[in-house]
Design a protein around this ligand. Structure first.
Ligand SMILES: Cc1cc2nc3c(=O)[nH]c(=O)nc-3n(C[C@H](O)[C@H](O)[C@H](O)COP(=O)(O)O)c2cc1C
Ligand code: SF4
Ligand code: SF4
Length: 424
């Protein structure tokens, strides 16, 4: 049986799956139910001076029959008294000593940081997470992403937290920046023990066209919110991987953003995350989603021969390179499996209108399987992406006789590129 235990910046949990700081981790009773369901850890809903929320506050992006592939919120940090939260943290830790409880924090002054850190640790926190990411409401008050977007402020507040903390400090980064690297390095320079990312992406989820008001609506107005859920996974994976592969960055990472199932989680781990946090999927489907994550990760590790989580952390990072290092002479073409093809011709339309006009209807009208003109196919993958039948279109490597050559080698005069296809 593979060992799923995780040690993220010194915060240990029986598996790498943590609830992200959000409504599913709002109270002790919820977190205890989550631990019973199998979650390894939980990042408590951000504590600070309790706020008042607006109504309504969530929005969903529904796409072709699938509800909430993206999710947006204009909620702030905890609206519950600090004393109540600390009492519940104490209770949770007493009853679940082996699960990780990380307390997310967001306050303003140095004195406030000192005070809230002490109270969190006294209550039993295994770690702290500094919320430098919230992109609405709190940033207008000089906190959240207003801190996360300024490396010098990030570094300064991280160093305060590290000075006052006796438990590991994770810095939660905002994706609302052009380049994540300076922000990860600022957390490192401040002495942070790890980073977590991403928080939500500044967004407008949509407009109600009947009354011309942005969503989610608060009476006759609305505001920009934070985007998350399945749709943000590619952005989150990129930011996690960028930090994980950066030569000067060497902190552990807790990966967050659009994790909906065990595969998503494994992708985050393979790109450098030691723990994985989930919010939206739990909000939509409940704590039980962790069962699939644990079972899937366990089966995957067993099948692929990973004995412990650390063996898997960052396993895909060596494959992440610059565009200029890709082999320009590597070539694939689309092949259609005539046995499984249903003749829908979605690939024909896609290739004709969106690619290189090289999948055609068969000249013999009695044959519904289309034909790929391999001499014109540029191997772009579009037909495979639109084909509704699993494994019906495969992208097959062509032995074109050309040696490997990258763009960088070509520019340096050391590599010769094959003739272009489909560019006439
Ligand atoms: C309704 C809602 C409230 C949130 N509140 C917080 C918060 O208090 N503190 C925080 O650090 N992140 C907060 N987040 C962000 C999540 O912790 C997480 O970073 C983000 O949703 C991306 O993960 P996901 O795609 O799994 O939802 C909130 C997200 C949502 C949807
Ligand atoms: S891979 Fe691209 S170019 Fe080739 S057949 Fe498919 S859509 Fe057309
Ligand atoms: S999209 Fe797939 S199933 Fe449909 S015609 Fe093309 S190859 Fe066949």
């Amino acid at each position: 049986m593979p060992d799923l235990t995780s040690n993220c910046a010194g915060i240990k949990s029986p598996n790498p799956f943590w609830l992200a700081s959000a409504p599913p981790a709002n109270s002790g009773a919820q977190i205890m139910r989550a631990f019973d369901a199998g979650w390894g850890g939980a990042v408590w809903k951000t504590l600070g001076q309790p706020i008042q929320n607006v109504s309504s506050r969530f929005g969903g992006l529904h796409y072709r029959g699938t509800k909430a592939i993206g999710f947006n919120n204009i909620e702030l940090i905890t609206d519950r008294p600090l004393e109540t939260n600390f009492k519940e943290i104490y209770e949770v830790k007493k009853r679940y000593p082996d699960n990780a409880v990380i307390v997310s924090l967001m306050v303003e002054t140095k004195e406030e940081w000192k005070d809230i850190i002490k109270r969190s640790i006294d209550a039993g926190a295994d770690g702290l997470e500094l919320n430098f990411g919230c992109p609405h409401g709190m940033c207008e008050r000089g906190m959240g992403s207003a801190v996360g977007q300024e490396p010098t402020v990030n570094e300064r507040i991280t160093s305060w937290a590290v000075e006052y903390s006796t438990v590991p400090v994770l810095v939660k980064l905002t994706p609302n920046v052009g380049d994540i690297i300076p922000h990860g390095l600022a957390a490192q320079a401040g002495g942070g023990h790890g980073v977590s990312l991403i928080n939500t992406i500044k967004s407008i989820i949509g407009v109600d066209l009947d009354n011309m008001v942005l969503q989610p609506q608060v009476d006759t107005l609305s505001t920009n919110g934070g985007y998350c859920g399945a749709a943000v996974k590619p952005i989150a994976l990129h930011m996690v991987a960028q930090l994980a592969r950066h030569a000067e960055f060497n902190l552990p990472i807790s990966g967050i953003g659009g994790v909906s199932n065990w595969r998503d989680a494994v992708e985050f781990i393979a790109l450098g995350s030691t723990s994985v946090q989930v919010c939206t999927e739990v909000m939509l489907r409940g704590y039980r989603v962790v069962e699939d994550m644990i079972e899937g990760l366990e089966n995957f590790m067993e099948e692929k021969g990973y004995a412990k989580l650390d063996d898997l952390v960052g396993a895909a990072i060596p494959s992440y390179s610059e565009w200029g290092n890709l082999d320009m002479n590597y070539e694939t073409v689309a092949k259609i499996d005539s046995e499984s093809c249903i003749g829908c011709h979605l690939c024909v339309v896609a290739c004709h209108d969106g690619a290189h006009q090289c999948i055609h209807a068969n000249d013999d009208k009695s044959v519904f399987v289309p034909v790929v003109d391999e001499s014109e196919c540029v191997g772009c993958n579009l037909c495979q992406i639109v084909c509704p039948v699993p494994d019906c279109i495969s992208m097959v490597e062509v032995d074109n006789g050309w040696d490997r050559a990258t763009w960088n080698e070509h520019v340096a005069g050391t590599g010769k590129l094959r003739p272009k296809k489909g560019a006439h």
